[in-house]
Design a protein around this ligand. Structure first.
Ligand SMILES: CC(C)(COP(=O)(O)OP(=O)(O)OC[C@H]1O[C@@H](n2cnc3c(N)ncnc32)[C@H](O)[C@@H]1OP(=O)(O)O)[C@@H](O)C(=O)NCCC(=O)NCCS
Length: 269
């Protein structure tokens, strides 16, 4: 019989990584984030015979009254026993005790077991996100798309339910966050006659290796924004760019790869 959820320790790493290698067709990312998730806290495991057989991580956003749930893994030999459900419900209970009102998670649209699980316990799809990958690249200054590119100021997002993406987490975008992102120059905005024509948020991931995320919000001129991000990533020594967007297609850019879509799921607690 497996035990109750408990906080993970660094000494669990080897056992956990042993069942998080070939989780998906492309592998897994838990090895990249383990150290930073342990440091952040709220990394949970369940044991069987004193050996961890599942894991889950949560990040709490008290100002936004939100819990973000990520990295749900159950060892193949222990699936379909209610373990994932038990871990999620444990975190939701913790979240409620911290006054969180919403719980969110991201699930690949092709991940049927996870989608079934999430829907069973009350999560609803709130949006669909397309995921593209690209390598960093030095862009020729003559293109005019390098660090000198003119970025217009932005005071508000007129989008309903807007959020920004940081380390693969969709965080509600409050005015305070918008101000902070603005002052950190993470917002790429180009206007034409005061009307926003290209908008994106560029964040450097704290936990994923070598990764810059571009959330592409809108863009009649998104090629410039993507190339700007490629150049920025190159200057800052990041190799990988992850582009996440609700748009269905992007301009054709060399080596831009259309991966798979994700659903942003939410449950009211
Ligand atoms: C998805 C995963 C975490 C589920 O873990 P689990 O412990 O087997 O899930 P549970 O036993 O708690 O399942 C609860 C419910 O989820 C659904 N579910 C779980 N596995 C399923 C499957 N293979 N097919 C269809 N539905 C499934 C069912 O509704 C199930 O309820 P039921 O048993 O009453 O039918 C596990 O399969 C896994 O580790 N997969 C690989 C990693 C992954 O996809 N992680 C999630 C990324 S978002």
């Amino acid at each position: 019989m497996e035990d109750l959820p408990r906080l993970a320790r660094d000494s669990d790493k080897k056992d956990v990584l042993s069942f998080c290698k070939k989780t998906f067709s492309w592998g897994d990312y838990i090895h990249e984030v383990w150290d930073s998730w342990i440091a952040e806290g709220n990394l949970i495991v369940i044991e069987n015979d004193q050996i961890p057989i599942s894991m889950i991580h949560a990040a709490f956003y008290p100002d936004e009254k939100m819990i973000w749930i990520e990295g749900i893994r159950v060892d193949k030999n222990f699936r379909k026993n209610g373990i994932a459900q038990k871990m999620i419900l444990y975190l939701e209970k913790t979240a409620k005790s911290k006054n969180c009102k919403i719980s969110r998670m991201l699930i690949a649209s092709e991940n049927e077991p996870s989608l079934t699980l999430a829907k069973k316990i009350g999560y609803k799809i709130i949006s669909k996100w397309n995921y593209f990958s690209l390598e960093s690249k030095l862009i020729d200054e003559e293109t005019g798309i390098t660090s000198d590119t003119c970025i217009d100021s932005i005071d508000s997002f007129d989008q309903k339910n807007s959020h920004f993406i940081e380390s693969w987490r969709w965080i509600p975008l409050t005015d305070q966050r918008l101000k902070k992102l603005n002052s950190e120059k993470k917002i790429f905005c180009q206007k034409d006659n005061e009307k926003i024509i290209t908008l994106g948020i560029i964040t450097e991931s704290k936990s994923f290796e070598n990764t810059i995320i571009l959330e592409l919000v809108s863009g009649t001129n998104s090629e410039n924004m993507i190339k700007f991000t490629q150049n920025l990533a190159y200057q800052k020594n990041y190799s990988k760019i992850r582009i996440l967007t609700e748009l269905e297609s992007l301009p054709s850019i060399q080596n831009l790869e259309n991966k798979f879509p994700f659903y942003l799921m939410e449950k009211k607690l």
